[in-house]
Write a protein that binds this ligand. Structure first.
Ligand code: ADP
Ligand code: MG
Length: 153
């Protein structure tokens, strides 16, 4: 079961606004994946989402570690799989996916085999200037209702 929504933003603030709205709706065990080229807005989106989860520390990309954990209303697990070399190595990620917090995975294709099927995928497309297209794909019931709530549809 899948459902998709597309939204276009015209500024970093607009991107932050949608991420904040999503962050407020997230609960323990929710998984969001973020795909998009460098400069697409993954970090902009993640920072605003984390703030909405009550994270007060600065969220930076976990460049040299796969995962960084932050304290918030629920724990926030920020994964960046960009540097994973062996996609089949067992990284023990279930501990996070099935844990007490919300997970955001950047570069999910690098760990595709280890991702739960039920999740919200977000693909960001650079459309020139400050325009970005966000395509949300909800996989599974939880994420379909999350998307419906987010987009009032
Ligand atoms: P990534 O983490 O995907 O490499 P960043 O969030 O670090 O991307 O960078 C996005 C850059 O694009 C920032 O400099 C931001 O100010 C700019 N930008 C311009 N328009 C937008 C928009 N609509 N949404 C997000 N970022 C935007
Ligand atoms: Mg980034």
């Amino acid at each position: 079961m899948k459902q998709e929504w597309t939204i276009t933003t015209h500024s970093p603030e607009e991107t932050a606004h949608i991420a904040e709205k999503l962050g407020k709706l997230l609960e323990k065990e929710d998984i969001i994946t973020l795909e998009g080229d460098l400069g697409a807005g993954k970090t902009t989106f993640t920072k605003a989402l984390a703030a909405a989860l009550g994270v007060t520390r600065t969220v930076n990309s976990p460049t040299f570690t796969l995962m960084k954990e932050y304290e918030g209303r629920v724990p926030f697990y920020h994964m960046d799989a960009y540097r994973i070399e062996d996609e089949f190595e067992d990284l023990g990620l279930e501990e996070y996916f099935e844990g007490e917090g919300v997970t955001v995975v950047e570069w999910p294709s690098m760990i595709a085999e280890q991702l739960p099927e039920q999740r919200m995928n977000i693909k960001i497309k650079f459309c020139g200037g400050n325009v970005r297209e966000f395509r949300f794909t909800a996989c599974g019931e939880r994420y379909i209702s999350l998307g419906k709530e987010l987009f009032n549809a």
